[in-house]
Structure formats: structure tokens, C-alpha cells
Ligand binder design. Structure first.
Ligand SMILES: *Cc1c(COP(=O)(O)O)cnc(C)c1O
Length: 388
């Protein structure tokens, strides 16, 4: 047996119910998808506002490609930073009420780049246990000493902060937890960080577009300032319906990122056409309150319906509505059973979620109609009763 017995490792993964495979989509993103040849109703996308295939966003993308071509040619610091990237950064700074913003090619890269640019050996990073993988990886990569506090446990965080002697202390949290849909206790986190001269970094991948007045996210929802939350991360692949990410904050923060974040410096800039498309989607995200209202109606419809059926809904009020299953095999069986009824809800298993907390992650979009949710509830009811 060789050291690289990948087949054996893959088999172990299969046996544990953790094997993942990709389903192939033959349609544009939306509520109705063609998946492996089958028409299904989609309940697992992060395109919460239905902008990924919006005609105005697509038109802006096409116009951007006509004007700028497809490739950006190089990194932002060489010759890849075009006017439309710059305009989008200004617009995102304005939208989030911050001095400046800087674009990244993905949220994953924004998080690893930002944390590593801010802290290093001799510093400390504290993270919520349920933070997104990119935030955890960013802390590991930074070389700072890294501790995780129990989910939402401010007291434990305060103990960690009080006991730490590092030079710089950075507290990092999801704004809306990506697999649970609950909100971070931001006002308490602000108090805890300010009391110990730490900085707070919030990744609002799932709050922007959905929460707060005009979709300004979880920071706006809690009426917090740039001083309260010095580092804000936004991703563009979710509510914005495009791709990429940004870091927003003070002039000095953004300049630090530009000078030091390796996942910013050493990578090709996003295609300018994507920035053009994102400018269009930002306009719709701000102006189309009906999308947020409709999304809220569908979420409420689902929650009250699921409660009546005795399904294990959580306290989440956001577009992310997990149904806890526990066992990974069972979560997969449920997801497969739903798919045979043309309802697509993905099963989320470890290591994306803690061991023993596999779940169905149901997500909603402003494009779902009431009858879609009715159908989901009906199919869920049947699949759940066959499980037990
Ligand atoms: C999706 C997500 C990311 C990663 O963003 P990408 O642009 O998809 O790389 C980062 N943080 C959170 C909380 C996310 O949900």
C-alpha cells in the first residue's frame, strides 16, 4: 500500500456519508432550474434577490464586455484596474457608508487577504466557532495566535480578550451565519472589542441586500458605525447576483489592504464587465424594496407552514432556513427524496457544519412565489414522515 492511497481515502469518505458530487445545471440561475436533465424548483441558491439573471444586470454585463473586452489583463496594481472597477469601489463605499472600499475577486480571497494584512505573528485573532471556512483559514494563514469562541458566546470571548496580551487583537464574525441563518450579536461584540482595544471584522455575505434599510446589511440593521465595526466584508456572489467581494472601511484600512493583502496583489483583477454588471445590480438592490418585502413574505410563509407540520425550524429569520437532521446519511436521503419530487434543497454535512449537525439548508429568493413554498412544504412533509 502506498502513502497516496487516494482510493481508500475516498471510500472512507463515501462510507461516512460525506462524499460530495456536483450536479450539472443546464439553465440560467433562477427559481426553476434544469438539473441533470430534470426541471426542478431551486431552494438552495444564495441569489436571494433574484438578480443573477436579471435582464438589466445581464445587459450591463454585455455592455461592459463590449466596452472593456473580457479579460482584465493583469492584477489591479499592474494594468488591470479599470475605470469601472474604480466606480464600483466608490459606489460600494457610498452604499455601506464608509470612507472607501476595495474589490477582491472572491469572498474567500477577501477574507484570507484581509486578515493576513491586518495581523501576524505576535497578534491575536478570535473567531466565532461557526464562522465561514474562509475566515477560519484567514486566521490560520495570518500567523497570529488564533482562538475560537463558542457560537455567539460573548462571555467566553471577553475571557479570551482579557487573558490575551497580543499586540493587535482582531475579532472576526459572520454577520449572518451562513449555515444557520442567525445573526451575530453585533452590539455586544462592539462593546467587547471596544473595551479591550480590539478591532471587529464582520463578514456580511448573507446580510447585504437582505437586512437593513435598502439592504445595507447587518451593520445598518444594528445602526453601527465604521468606528464600531472597522472592517466590513461584502461578497457579490450572493444578493448582488454577480461575483467578487469587497472590503470597506477607513482610508488607512483600504490602503493597508492594497499594500499588503497577498490575495489582492498577486491575482488577476475581476473582468471589468463584472464590475459593470455589479453596478447595475447594486442599483436594483438599493431601489427594489419589493424584492426584500417579497423575500420576507416567503420566509414567513415557510416558517409558519413548517411549524404547523412539526418540522424542526430554527430561530433564523433570514433567507437561510436550516432544518436540522443530525445524521449525514439521513440528510442525504432527505435531499434525494425531495429531488425525486423536483424540489432541490442541498444537504449540508461536516466539515461544513459541526459533526452530527447535518441539515437541509433551505434558502429563499425574492423570485419564489407562494405556490413554490406550498409545494416545498408538501414535499418536505412527505419526505420527513417517510424518514422516521
Ligand atoms: C460565500 C461566503 C464567502 C465566500 O465568498 P465567495 O465570493 O463565494 O468566495 C465568504 N464568507 C461567507 C460568510 C460566505 O457565506
Amino acid at each position: 500500500m502506498t502513502a497516496f492511497d487516494l482510493g481508500r481515502e475516498l471510500n472512507a469518505c463515501r462510507k461516512a456519508g460525506l462524499y460530495r458530487h456536483r450536479r450539472v445545471i443546464d439553465s440560467a440561475q433562477g427559481v426553476a432550474l434544469t438539473v441533470d436533465g430534470q426541471r426542478v424548483i431551486n431552494f438552495c441558491s444564495n441569489d436571494y434577490l433574484g438578480l443573477a439573471n436579471d435582464s438589466a444586470v445581464v445587459a450591463a454585463f454585455n455592455a461592459g464586455a463590449s466596452q472593456y473586452g473580457v479579460g482584465s489583463g493583469s492584477a489591479h496594481l499592474v494594468c488591470g484596474h479599470s475605470r469601472v472597477h474604480h466606480q464600483l469601489e466608490d459606489a460600494l463605499a457610498d452604499f455601506t457608508g464608509r470612507d472607501r472600499a476595495v474589490l477582491f475577486s472572491t469572498g474567500y480571497m477577501a477574507n484570507i487577504g484581509c486578515i493576513s494584512a491586518l495581523v501576524g505573528a505576535g497578534d491575536r485573532v478570535f473567531e466565532d466557532r461557526l464562522n465561514h471556512a474562509s475566515l477560519l483559514d484567514g486566521a490560520r494563514l495570518s500567523g497570529a495566535r488564533f482562538k475560537r469562541y463558542r457560537h455567539g458566546d460573548i462571555e467566553q470571548l471577553q475571557c479570551f480578550l482579557a487573558a490575551s496580551s497580543g499586540a493587535k487583537k482582531l475579532v472576526v464574525t459572520d454577520g449572518v451565519f451562513s449555515m444557520d441563518g442567525d445573526l451575530a450579536p453585533l452590539p455586544e461584540l462592539v462593546r467587547a472589542t471596544q473595551a479591550s482595544e480590539a478591532w471587529l471584522m464582520v463578514d456580511d455575505a448573507h446580510g447585504l441586500g437582505v437586512l437593513g434599510a435598502q439592504g445595507r446589511g447587518v451593520v445598518e440593521h444594528h445602526k453601527l458605525s465604521q468606528e464600531d465595526v472597522p472592517v466590513l466584508i461584502g461578497t457579490l456572489g450572493k444578493s448582488f447576483g454577480t461575483a467578487g467581494a469587497f472590503v470597506a472601511g477607513s482610508e488607512a484600512l483600504v490602503e493597508t489592504i492594497i499594500q499588503k493583502a497577498r490575495s489582492y496583489i498577486y491575482t488577476t483583477a475581476l473582468p471589468p464587465a463584472l464590475a459593470a454588471a455589479t453596478l447595475a445590480s447594486l442599483q436594483l438592490l438599493v431601489s427594489d424594496d419589493w424584492r426584500r418585502e417579497k423575500l420576507r413574505e416567503r420566509i414567513q410563509q415557510f416558517r409558519s407552514g413548517a411549524r404547523q407540520l412539526g418540522l424542526p425550524v430554527t430561530d433564523s429569520e433570514t433567507a437561510i432556513q436550516p432544518l436540522l437532521v443530525g445524521d449525514s446519511h439521513q440528510a442525504m436521503r432527505l435531499s434525494d427524496a425531495l429531488l425525486t419530487e423536483a424540489i432541490w434543497v442541498s444537504a449540508i454535512r461536516p466539515p461544513t457544519v459541526p459533526l452530527g449537525s447535518a441539515r437541509l439548508r433551505v434558502t429563499f429568493s425574492a423570485l419564489h412565489e407562494a405556490h413554490h413554498v406550498d409545494r416545498l412544504l408538501c414535499v418536505l412533509d412527505k419526505a420527513w414522515s417517510q424518514l422516521s
